[in-house]
Design a protein around this ligand. Structure first.
Ligand code: NAD
Length: 299
């Protein structure tokens, strides 16, 4: 049985580790939070007690941690010194491209195979095993990465070499933020012009303005499929998480000399939304701020 070490069992990692159990893998799990470990143990994983214990005989090590500094530290201090060289190392966290490349260089120099494999899809997709993975790894290692991710995935795409998975993730999320804000602005203007929101959505989704934020994840409650907007913007993809990804995109753009004025504006808009106290709301809730209807969001 394939033995998986799973480190980071939060909102995403908890569901992902449970999918590995469902996929027939022998999962050894660790998190700093005992409550998070307990949940995954109830789903059939073994509690490891430490990262060193989790990885010591692993075939594959999967990490799902908050940000770059956590990933650098966990790899440097715990995974690389204790995992067998045969273990395939996969980081699924969303982190900055530089950290992903630095960890890849360190892991490769120590004789490991490494992949950055951030995900698209929120906690529902993590629980259902239907995440989309974008992978940065050496081409010959991709088949093994795909196999390791199988129980958690709907689709696994190789974006390129180390760091390319993270690059794809932040570009995708910058595009998503811009298209969501654009959709919200269009709804807010339609309302001011006396156009019913559902009529506008019906027309635009069959016209050239159509996009995912409009037809699949409409920010206006009661329009389109049921989304976080129908639950007062609870659950879904937190605005604070989107802000984190937009900051990563802006940092990467500054380093690479790329011009991203709309990405820059999107970051400022989500920054304001977060400062107003709505970072925990779904990112589509920015509609209510743009409508001047913060009361509609509750607290
Ligand atoms: P989370 O905060 O719920 O979980 C992170 C977990 O890592 C926590 O349980 C924490 O205790 C654990 N952790 C931190 N440092 C650790 C250490 N040194 N050793 C062991 N465990 C440690 O976050 P999340 O929502 O699960 O997100 C995880 C990653 O996935 C982030 O990079 C996030 O950007 C990305 N992501 C999240 C979503 C989402 O919808 N939540 C969607 C796509 C990608």
């Amino acid at each position: 049985m394939t033995r998986i070490a799973f480190i980071g069992l939060g909102n995403m990692g908890g569901g992902m580790a449970a999918r590995q159990v469902v996929g027939g893998r022998d999962v050894h799990a660790f998190d700093l939070s005992e409550a998070a470990v307990k949940k995954v143990v109830a789903a059939g994983a073994h509690p490891a007690g430490s990262i060193a214990k989790a990885v010591e005989t692993a075939d594959a090590v999967i990490t799902m941690l908050p940000a770059g500094p956590h990933v650098r530290k966990v790899y440097d201090e715990h995974i690389l010194p204790h995992a067998p060289k045969s273990a395939l190392l996969i980081d699924c966290s969303t982190i900055d491209v530089d950290s992903a490349r630095a960890v890849a260089t360190q892991a490769t120099a120590a004789g490991f195979r490494f992949a950055d494999a951030p995900v698209s899809g929120g906690t529902a997709a993590a629980d259902a095993g239907t995440l989309a993975f974008m992978v940065g790894c050496n081409e010959p290692h991709f088949a093994d990465v795909e196999e390791a991710l199988k129980p958690m995935s709907r689709v696994v795409i190789r974006a390129g070499d180390h760091g390319a998975g993270q690059a794809a993730k932040i570009c995708n999320n910058m595009l998503l933020a811009i298209s969501m804000i654009g959709t919200c602005e269009a709804f807010a203007l339609a309302e001011k012009l006396g156009l019913a929101p559902d009529r506008f959505a019906d027309i635009a989704s069959k016209s050239s303005g159509n996009c995912w934020s409009l037809s699949t994840y409409a920010p206006w409650p009661g329009v389109g499929p049921v989304t976080a907007s129908d639950r007062n913007y609870e659950g879904g993809f937190a605005a604070a998480m989107m802000l984190k990804d937009l900051k990563l995109a802006q940092e990467a753009a500054a380093r690479a000399g790329a011009s991203t004025p709309l990405g820059n504006n999107a970051e400022a808009i989500y920054q304001l939304f977060d400062r107003l106290g709505f970072g925990g709301k779904d990112f589509s809730g920015v509609l209510q701020m743009l409508r001047g209807n913060l009361d509609g969001l509750g607290r």
